[in-house]
Write a protein that binds this ligand. Sequence first.
Ligand code: PHE
Length: 342
Amino acid sequence: LRTRVLDAVAQASDEATLEDLRVSTVGKKGEVSLKMRELGRMSPEERQVAGPALNALKDEVNSALAAKKAALADAALDERLRSEWLDVTLPARPDRVGTIHPISQVTEEVTAIFADMGFAVAEGPQIESDWYNFDALNIPSHHPARGEMDTFYMSRAEGDNRPPHVLRTHTSPVQIRSMQEKGAPIRVICPGRVYRADYDQTHTPMFHQIEGLAIDKTISMANLKWVLEEFVKAFFEVDDVELRFRASHFPFTEPSAEVDIRCSWDGGQLKVGEGDDWLEILGSGMVHPKVLEAGGIDPADWQGFAFGMGIDRIAMLKYGIPDLRAFFDSDLRWLKHYGFSS
Ligand code: PHE
């Protein structure tokens, strides 16, 4: 029995086999245990010999089981150490570093140029009340300009009596908010997202504008012209520009002008400051007295200019990008092609 059991223990190749062996030998109904029960029926003389022998066998089997169990665990650990290794000499995977989105880059550039001329940055909400987006800007309910703006209206549950809201169609409502917050005099620029239901090569339903507003006692269109000239020179990195003020109409400015810059197209790339073409870059004018009033500023004492410019549009022009929609595709190949990503 002893040899058979000890051989089986030595042969066992996993823990489950060891456990079976334990149960069938030194377990309650195991072979060794059954033999121990027979001790009771033996003569004292026999018992004196068999008792210690069986106890010794039991101890021997138990320690053989424990030793084998430890050996199996060691072997398993060795095996893990052999298979789970790490090659620290492998080259690291290339780390792709993100970059600032081109529209954000251009926004920062434009903001910095105006900051140099003393303009502070102001922001307003993208979900705007109908009053700030339209009424306060001298666009009353049935004004045709409301229809032309392709406005996204916020839907309201029945019984919701809050004033109507829209996704702002331009950054001009921030003019009103700035006047109300700061009072006159004011010099701010307001960059941000605006929304219109329109989609083609040069229109996306979400795009970006930057609004400029300067209010003081004697601000005139001459100041507007100088500020814009300085901006165009700095932004397009040219020494000289020629601006053309074209009479236009906006409900919130009087007089109003659209501003073009002299340019040429050299093989698809824009050249600013020379040539026979004109390129429209923004809308502008003197702030309408009704708009000053809506902002809580007395038009008898104060006057000012305002302008609104499409950030995406001037970014397309500066970088020679033909399709506005690509800005919002997040295509890494496109970003790399235009040098917007590493
Ligand atoms: N808000 C006008 C637009 O979106 C631009 C503009 C701003 C015109 C300020 C004049 C003055 O087209």
